[in-house]
Ligand binder design. Sequence first.
Ligand code: SUG
Length: 451
Amino acid sequence: MSRVQDSTLDCVLNLDGLVGPSHNYGGLALGNIASSKHKGEVSSPRAAALQGLEKMWHLHQIGIPQGLLPPQQRPDLSLLHSAGFTGSTEQMLSAAYKQAPHLLEACYSASSMWAANSATVTASADSTDGKLHFTPANLISTLHRSREAIENGFFLQHCFNEPVLFTHHPPLPTQYEFSDEGAANHIRLSDPNGEGAINLLIYGREATEKQSGHYPARQSKLACESLIRRHQIHQNKSLLLQQHPEAIQHGAFHNDVVAVGQSNFLLLHEQTFSSQAQAIEQLKQLSESWNKPLVIFEVGSKDLSLDEAIASYLFNSQLVTKPSGDMVMIAPEDSRENPAANKICDRILAEDNPVSEITFLDLRQSMNNGGGPACLRLAVPITEKELDAVYPGILLDEALYQRLKQWVNQHYRDRLSADDLRDIHLAREIYAALEELSSILKIQHLYPFQR
Ligand code: SUG
């Protein structure tokens, strides 16, 4: 695999969620406009998984360390059990289809693909104990996503299994007050030529604040504060900020839909934070001593309205630093197709900032559920020594990429509709696919049904 650049401070391992064979459009995520808009449409799990794999392969080819998070076990029959469905799998699926179609959709959701919500990660350079910290997100805001936390923790433990280097915390308590959506509400900025770093932790509401608008704020302030404490983030390396309520009401259900940052570059919409001018001032002060200055690119509403930002997903681009030090922006095709967003891309390339290249990728299947390039990956800031301790079976190389493509083509359906979810054959096909995946990744007890 590709090695990290000399300055290991800036190296990021991206773990992309491998899209599961049950990818479908259930319209399950309130406040996520794309999810509601595409509810009930026929999905293509195969196209979705291949689009995701092409993204991973592209990043590997430009020299970025790339790994994956496998899809979780679906259908999640324990959810149906909890809701009182009994009998054989076939009986349970059929009864749920008739009596509680919403539950059936939740138990089939492939939402673990959006790895940016799997956990919050703190770089060892930013924690007072010098360890890399993980907290799986509890994802309590939506039923289907709340099912991901335990298995995300299990998998991260398995892959980062060196206690001297890595610390794994349990998810935050499964309560409204602690609502946590993971790295989608975290941005790590850092000095490429020094040790300075700022971890922005972004919340939507106070712990007990009730929903005021149409759409819910998914991240609580208490969750962010708890993460700062448990991950032992250096006092001068964290900044707690509040999402602009308008952004949430326009469909920014996660902050990564209106801002993205990496290394010394922050790209954000004018209405990202509630006291934005003050936030920018704080960022400037915190980065004052950096050897390479922090560059903030703020997009005004007159150039790109919040609605256009959400429709184009420009800010859900992924920023990556190549081994040469050049920064590449991986944007969704939708940003090229949206004239206002495309204009901003031209400006980013023309102006003086670290981005030297923009690559547009087709991620339409995931985008239709509100998941762009940045949603699909968990960014793990990592040193060379830490990278050497990562379980190698999840790190992408050409052999694994080819093997996974073959596996997807063999096992995934080309079309999936809500009606297909009651089909016992679908459940059997998925379990067979997951069984084989665990042997491809050489993880014996990857899935609960194997334990
Ligand atoms: O949580 N969509 C996901 C999309 C997550 C995007 N991630 C980031 N922004 N980091 C969500 O809203 C839709 C599933 C459905 O409707 O079937 C869904 O869960």
